[in-house]
Design a protein around this ligand. Sequence first.
Ligand code: 5GP
Ligand code: MN
Length: 336
Amino acid sequence: MRDLFPQDLIKRWDDALKRSERIVLSTHMNPDGDAVGSLMGLGLFLRQLGFRVSMVCPSPYPGFLKFLDPDREILVFSRNREEVIQKITEADTIIAVDVSSFSRMEELGEILEDKKAFRVLMDHHIDPDSEGFDLVFSTTKISSSCELVYRVLKLWRPESVILKEQAVAFLTGIITDTNQFANSVYPETFNVTSELTACGANTEDIFDKVYRNFSYNRMRLMGYALQNIRLLPQYNAGYIVLTRDVLEEFGYRNGDTEGFVNFPLAITGISVSAFFLQREDHIKVSLRSKGKIAVNGIAKDFFNGGGHYNASAGKMEDAVDKIEELLKKALGTIIA
Ligand code: 5GP
Ligand code: MN
């Protein structure tokens, strides 16, 4: 496998960790499989080497990812402010994973940004905030942050054993961020998958936990979402809106709509899809596309967000009845 990062970068990481004792790992709001996988995989590996590591995230992660954190070690800032602030105060090193800047951690990001510590970024999003960190491991040409972190660890400590729990965490991030090996897959992705499998990670177990572990309510909400796909054939687009009333009716829990944004893309001829989730004070917008159509531009220009070429997100402050109008305006700029 080709080296992902040059040896001098690995040397700087090694030097920094030699001076380090207490490390805080953090990630983005509404953590997904890649975020939780990177936190746990890296955190457990560093602990195995003797570092004191705290894993924190700004807001709770969805229930189906609890299998990656069986002892509930990840501290959630929105629920446990004091303890998180204490860990940050004690830390000498901060490592941000699966996030391109402190700003995507909201208030937790402000606290981390104010803290005097050595800062490392390990991420695969576009436009990393390189200024805000002392050491940056970043590339978009990779499946996931989990793959990136794993490959940095292998370059740093080629002889160290990756324990099964770490391998499961990393492979979960690869599987979820690639949408089950459909997007952002490179030859190395399979090499790493093969290595993680050899370390004890089992793809069928992960699939069972992530994709065959739905509550009855989540399954019914999925039925509603499928029944209510709206098409915009002139833009080869489809979208789904879930209002707060609907979410309440189906007993919505955080993470229940994971993957719903992909449904319209399964319809023949549809190349762009959008998913709108009404929250208390805004509407969360997720965008996906196929092939050469980029959605990160409209995420930035119309929905105050950003992301990857084929998978982006943002939000809108307008009322639900303004969704279609705004979406058409946005799509008009990318679909002739
Ligand atoms: P999702 O639809 O899964 O929530 O987000 C898709 C992708 O969009 C994420 O992997 C992330 O890269 C990006 N993203 C989500 N929210 C934001 C945001 O508020 N700002 C930016 N710049 N990117 C975002
Ligand atoms: Mn990711």
